[in-house]
Write a protein that binds this ligand. Sequence first.
Ligand SMILES: [Zn+2]
Length: 116
Amino acid sequence: MHELSLAQALIDQVKLLLKEHNANKVLRISVEIGPFSGIVIDSFEFGYYALIKEEPSFIDSKLEIITPPALYQCVFCGRKFKEDELTKDKRCPFCKDSFLTPVGDGDILLKEVEME
Ligand SMILES: [Zn+2]
């Protein structure tokens, strides 16, 4: 399960932050998951809460997941826009070109960690 290893990677990353800040408890983790990442949010969340059962410093933490709106970039003019800005026939709203690529296919971006 891909999501489980991603959740584990997130926990490992936050553990390093805990050490760095001499903290011992995680209260809240906020992550951004790209709309084209292919990550199943529910599975990721489930994996996270399953894994932290074994992690005393994470046990009461809350995972917040932000999913930014899908963005596209026009190959022709280079501008970026949201899905609902596309023309009716799915073209660039600026130059009406139809070669568009999705933006934001990165995996998981750690935005904020609250700890004590
Ligand atoms: Zn364009």
